[in-house]
Ligand binder design. Structure first.
Ligand SMILES: [Zn+2]
Length: 290
């Protein structure tokens, strides 16, 4: 009997302890996976990061899960992109759900790229939301995340500043490598289904040719134009984001004898994804011989 009681008591103590630990965990909600990377690199495991649109999810038909809303209710801060279409539909509701959350838009200090084929549909018209893919923008983003973390948890200032420095030097190394790879290349145009490398193109003086037109599948007249353009530039690769259907890109690729290269800019491992993207773009450019 005594043994049974002890076990029951132990069980109660353990489950209470667990309950307590869960409620005291601080949560930061972020719009997309790559933002999680910046929080974790600077804050370590001081916060649980709740990602609204996880990698692999289709940003066009995004609907938050009940568990995400649950996490949102308990969040101390929300980090948004500022230009993503789903935020226009949801952000006000998120802030209504949790009024005490600190709010940070990572677009705040970034010079926006106003794309000529402005995104309709899942993005805000006018400003290109994909700044996080560029290392130059990532340096600014890291600073913004760092400032937020210092407000949320000032007692960990030293740790955050040290981690921030390490992160910055790693991003700078990627930037330097990209600079080195892209400088001096004669061919500087690449084609991509969903135009998410606009800031890479801007920052390293490349040309991004988008298959999508105003956020939609290209009309037949434009498809012909794209094929001509791809031939003119001697393109051998068409980039497609993991989450997107490759049908149209494949049609162009077959027509011009190019290959499809899948990239993952929504990955939660920003560093690996960005390094791979830069290498893939570089490889596609050196393949061109015209
Ligand atoms: Zn996008």
């Amino acid at each position: 009997m005594k043994k049974v009681l002890t076990i029951i008591l132990l069980f109660i103590v353990v489950s209470c302890g667990q309950g307590k630990r869960n409620t005291s965990e601080k949560i930061i909600t972020v719009s997309i996976g790559p933002f999680k990377y910046f929080v974790e690199q600077i804050a370590g495991d001081d916060f649980n990061v709740n990602v609204m649109v996880p990698a692999g999810a289709d940003p066009h038909i995004y609907e938050p899960f009940p568990e995400q809303i649950n996490q949102l209710r308990k969040s101390v801060a929300y980090i948004s992109n500022g230009y993503l279409g789903f935020e226009m539909n949801w952000l006000d509701r998120f802030y209504e759900t949790n009024r005490s959350m600190k709010r940070l838009s990572l677009s705040d200090k970034i010079e926006p790229l106003v794309s000529e084929h402005a995104h309709a549909g899942n993005h805000v018209e006018g400003a290109d939301p994909h700044y996080w893919v560029s290392p130059r923008c990532a340096i600014i983003m890291a600073g913004s995340v760092m400032n937020l973390l210092l407000v949320l948890n000032p007692s960990h200032k030293e740790k955050y500043e040290a981690n921030y420095q390490i992160l910055i030097s790693r991003i700078q190394a990627i930037d330097l490598e990209a600079e080195k790879l892209f400088s001096g290349l004669t061919n500087r145009s690449f084609m991509i289904y969903h135009p998410n490398l606009g800031y890479i193109a801007r920052d390293y003086d490349l040309e991004e040719i988008s298959v999508e037109y105003e956020g939609k599948e290209p009309p037949p007249s434009r498809l012909k134009e794209l094929i001509d353009n791809a031939r003119k530039h001697g393109l051998k690769t068409i980039f497609v984001q993991k989450e997107y259907d490759t049908k149209n890109a494949k049609a162009i690729a077959e027509e011009i004898g190019a290959e499809i290269k899948i990239i993952d800019p929504l990955s939660e491992n920003w560093e690996t994804a960005t390094t791979e993207i830069i290498k893939a773009v570089y490889n596609s450019l050196i393949q061109i011989s015209i």
